[in-house]
Design a protein around this ligand. Sequence first.
Ligand code: FES
Length: 113
Amino acid sequence: MSEQVKVPQVGGQRVRVGAEAELPEGSQTEVTVDGVSVVVVRYEGQFYALRNNCTHKDYPLLGGEVSLGRITCQKHGAKFELATGKAKTLPAVKPVRIYRTLVEDGVVSVTPL
Ligand code: FES
């Protein structure tokens, strides 16, 4: 079960992703935060949010395979760490931007870090 923590918003748009109960393990949900596409992944019960844009050739990360805490770009196979956004395998070398995920009263939302 995810921890429910109240974290003050520090700036930028806060976007509702959905009810926690409706976002099953392995789900990927696309939301728009401050005009930017973000993919929200539920992995091992936790929620992670990354910019939906591979840093290699601007390909969407949404729908990429998730395993070992990483999401794989479907274009050329680069892997990004969900928790940090770091590029873990070539051909990507730059990190992808990550966002803060919040679960409050059973509702998942995303804000910029
Ligand atoms: S576009 Fe993602 S690895 Fe090339």
